[in-house]
Design a protein around this ligand. Structure first.
Ligand code: NDP
Ligand code: KPL
Length: 302
């Protein structure tokens, strides 16, 4: 697009009424994008977004306009495939769909569900948000996001998708190859999430020497499977990154800790489970990840 050409704010559909989706929807609305929600129940949805410097109350309509052209799908990894199956009849022939979740393994599920001209993207974010009640969203941690196209049809709409996601969950970095970022995030989630879920502790407690040996093993095994999957990481650099996140999010309960504490389904199958499936493809054993997977599987209503 020529720099002088004014950009039209395209309408976006955000799926669900989760914390990250409502945060993104409110930011899109504030930036002038027409936004609607695709929720399980009908009717408009009123909520308040509380961030460090502002409180905004708004009401967004529920699926008024279809077909959907631009869709943000910020749902848990285990809900992605079913959501895309439900959405497909409502999608425009050239729809652009942005996945955003922790864990991996959904892209392989979603690509076969799309038409050839429908674009697929992944946005990974370190923003933190939670809902203390149904209609309040707290933007609890300022973060950043990375965005990458996952098929050729996505590249045709890069300008529109990048601009909107910058508004929704920026600051945003567009990456030509998103996979290294997704693997790095997976490393953090594959160490912190299962350990905090198993021991029902805050992220910061993992800095105690009680967890050093387990963390070291989990990272070493992660590097082995990542290498066989074509992603090269050094144990030292990943250890540094994991320690950094433990320190920066010391006071947080991880999403998996909360899911187990509340007896909700968790993303274990898309974090540790994904690693185990990758390892099996290369006849590799991951004893530490396998052990934690088994312990958590016995506890979880997956
Ligand atoms: N919250 C955070 O700070 C962060 C979250 N993440 C990741 O982002 C993803 C989203 O997180 P979060 O917002 O907390 O997740 P939530 O599970 O709270 O929100 C997802 C929302 O989508 C809804 N939903 C799921 N499937 C459908 C469907 N088929 N149709 C309509 N609605 C649907 C859910 O409804 P229902 O509950 O009824 O299923 C829920 O309202 C997760 O993978 C999380 O790990 C990443 C970084 C930070
Ligand atoms: C980075 C971390 C571990 C922060 O809690 C997270 O992504 C999660 O809880 O799922």
């Amino acid at each position: 697009m020529a720099p002088s050409q004014p950009m039209i704010a395209q309408p976006w559909t955000v799926v669900g009424e989760g914390a990250i989706g409502l945060l993104a929807a409110a930011h899109l609305h504030q930036a002038g994008y027409p936004v609607q929600l695709h929720r399980r129940s009908a009717g408009s949805f009123a909520f308040t977004l509380r961030s460090m410097d502002a409180v905004v109350s708004l009401s967004l309509p529920n699926t008024v306009h279809s077909p959907y052209c631009f869709i943000l799908l910020p749902v848990k990894a285990y809900a992605v495939a079913e959501a895309v199956q439900q959405l497909q009849p409502l999608l425009a022939a050239k729809a652009q769909l942005v996945l955003s979740h922790n864990g991996m393994g959904t892209v392989e599920q979603v690509l076969p569900l799309l038409q050839p001209e429908q674009g697929l993207w992944f946005l990974s974010t370190s923003h933190g948000a939670y809902k203390p009640d149904r209609s309040t969203v707290l933007h609890s941690g300022l973060g950043q996001s990375v965005l990458g196209a996952l098929n050729k049809a996505a590249l045709l709409q890069q300008h529109n998708v990048e601009a909107a996601m910058q508004a929704a969950l920026g600051p945003l970095q567009l990456q030509t190859d998103i996979w290294p970022s997704l693997w790095q995030k997976l490393a953090v989630n594959a160490v912190i999430n299962p350990l905090t879920a198993l021991h029902q502790c805050k992220n910061g407690e993992l800095a105690s020497s009680n967890y050093s040996a387990a963390i070291k093993l989990l990272i070493e095994e992660f590097v082995q499977v990542a290498t066989l999957s074509g992603q090269n990481f050094s144990v030292g650099a990943l250890h540094h990154r994991v320690n950094q996140v433990i320190e920066q999010t010391a006071d947080n309960y991880s999403s998996m800790q909360q899911d187990f504490a509340k007896g909700r389904p968790s993303e274990l199958d898309y974090i540790t489970g994904f690693l185990l499936r990758q390892a099996a493809q290369h006849q590799l054993q991951l004893p530490a990840h396998q052990a934690i997977y088994q312990l958590l599987s016995q506890k979880s209503p997956r």
